[in-house]
Structure formats: C-alpha cells, structure tokens
Design a protein around this ligand. Sequence first.
Ligand SMILES: [Zn+2]
Length: 437
Amino acid sequence: MQANPPVFIMILTKPLGAMSQSRFKTGDQALVRQINLAIILDQLRENAPLSRAALAEKTGLNKTTVSSLVGELIERQLVREIGLESAGVGRPSVQLTLNPEAGFVVSAELGVDYISVISTDFAPHINYKVKKTINPNQDQHEIIEQVLVLLKHTISENASAHGSLLGVAAGVPGLVDYSTGTVLFAPNLRWQNAELGKILQQEFNAPIFVDNEANMAALGEYYFGAARGYEEVLYISAGVGIGGGIIINGSVMRGKTGYAGEFGHMTMDPEGEVCGCGNRGCWETQASLRALFKYIRDNIAAGKKSSLQELLWGNLNSLSIEKVVEAARHDDKLAREAFNKIGCNLGVGIASLVNALNPELVILGGPMSLAWEFLRSSIDQELHTRALRWHQESANIVLARHGADACVMGGVAAVYNHMLARPSDRLTTVALPVYFS
Ligand SMILES: [Zn+2]
C-alpha cells in the first residue's frame, strides 16, 4: 500500500528552477529533479502534444534542463515522440505526448449491487470494461472474491497487449483508511473492517489504491473530466447512498483521520427515517435512489397511477433509475414528481455545502445523475433560494463527465497521481502475475 499519499505534485504548480533550488541542500537535488520530472509529465497530461520548447516556455525551466528531463522520461517509456509539427515560422519541432504503451491500469468500483472494472492505457484510453451485477446480500468475503476474479480476468485480457501493470485501484462506498486500504465501515454494503488493500496487495504485484468512491470520482473528474482546470471542487455522488469528495488546491481533502466527505450522513431531519448508519434523518434518507424509489412506491400504494407499474410488470421491487428516467421521458407524472422531490432534497443539501465550502464548481455524479435532465431545475431552484448570493455566483453545478465511469476513472487518476509524483520510481519492467481461468 502507499503509506504516504503523494501530495507534492498537486501542490507545486511551478517548477523548481535555479532560484528555488537554493532552498535545498545538495542532497536534495534528486528530489528537485523528481519534482521537475513530475511537472513535465503533468504538463504533457494536460496539454500534449507539446514540443520541448513549448514545455520550457510553460514550465519556466531552461531548454537544456527540459531536454534532459524529457530524455529520462523517454528512456523510462513514460513519454514518446510523435512526429513533427510546424508552428508557422522556423523549423518544425518534435512533438511529445504521454506514451499510451507505458503500461496499463486496472480500476474497480464496488457498487452496492454491482462491480465495475476497467483497464486503461497510460493515455488514458479505456481498453477494456466489464460490469457484473452482484447479490448485495452476500457477505464481504464472497463479494471480495468476485472482485478478485474480475480484476484477474481484466489483467489477463491486457497483460500481453498493454505491457506492465502500473497500478490497481478500488473505490468503495464507505469509510476507507487510505493508508492501509482497509474499508472501516460501508453501511450500504454492510461491511466492517474489510482489509481490501491488504488482500489486493497479496494478489497483485503493483501499487494498490483503495479509497472512498466519491473521493476517487472527484480526483478522476479533476484529472480527466469536468473539474479540469478548477482547484476548489465539491463532488457529490448520489446513488443508493450519497457520498462526497472535496478537492482543495488540486488534492483530495481527507480531514484529520481521512474520512472527510461523508455528506450523506449530515442530519437533515433529527426526527427523520433511520439511516443505514444507525442515525436518523441523514441526507441520504431523503435524496438517494432509495429515497426516490420509496417515494414512488409510497405514492403508488396511496393510489397514484404510474406507467412504471406496467414497465415493471407490477413488480415495484425491481425499480431502477433507468426505468424511472424512461418513464419520466414519456411524461409519467409520478416519475417527474419524484425527481422534483429528490432534486429539491439534493438542492437543499448542496446549498448548505456550497455555503460551508465556497467551491468553484459542484459536480453531480453517481447513478442518480442519469436523471440530470429532470433534477437540474429543482436543484438550481433550491441553490438559488438557499445558498448565499456570493456563493451562488461562484458555484456552478455540472454533471460528472465520466458518468457511470467516474469512480473507476478516479482509480486511474489515483495511479496517475502516484506515478506523476514519483516518475523515477517507475521500473522499466514490472513482473506481471499470470492468471489462468
Ligand atoms: Zn446516515
């Protein structure tokens, strides 16, 4: 496990050139080079293709230093030359990008009733994707066993074509000790003290990252999605439960013991319904998928008509967000009313969070975001009513770019975050485990 989460790449936005090097002892020169390598990689991640001259201009490092750093990154197979491009005047210059063939990343999300796994190259492009529905009543050992099977299968599918395994990530809806990868408490999975990080480390010969799914998704949107270019971001993941991730100055805010962002368990109604965490009236009892489905069932039980009864052959226990969205698109009154209600409840909580955190950007992700077209106006309305005017003006609410893949792309971002911070750690060859099915 990564005992010390990498942070310095996300904090330093300027290279450490000759001026700042004076603050370091001679023995720190290797660290300075490491940081500058990381900055070059990060520039290429954000802005590739770039020439060496463009890198020098963007980073403020001199051309000789940039050439030396790029040479090392090419040697480590993290960067590649892709040909010449003319800038209009002068000689055409060789363009550089991250090397997609630097290796592959495997990333999993443990939903309440599904496991989703992707693999990406270093570009990162998704080159393999699998999603499996699981029985949420199984115990944690059975579910972890299925996660391992899917991860091994995905690694086997990629090992021959995509080089070395750069990292394995897993996002979980609950409290995670990021330093050990132990899932301390996941009420919607009914997990406690699951040593997922340790189990993954025993199985896979690669850096392992286990985190709360919303933290991962927030990092994924920051690296590859809707939050690119923003430094203060609030990510809300709404599904069976509600989770949150906060990006501050480009890093995930974890709080004193690492469990920040459990917004789903903010008390909204002290006398409200009992939540999976044991408390009453938590936000997720009012604004999650469970709350949406309960609203629909209660109203149908009270005599309201809905096309969902026909769509589901009368089995309202099989309600899904996709079915409710489908009904709403066909002007089903109850489905639209339910989304308005849930949108209002989401908006009330988001307005309070915006008042508390003053983010630049709010992102809504998770399965509930499939209903964005029906939720947005009621969320906006509550935000405009309840968030202080100065906060409203700065907070823009958008949809997660990676939708259902937000968490797994966040796992890829966690591996990137690690690699970008420590490019010199990368071995040119990583022994891959071989799996037989
Ligand atoms: Zn709760």
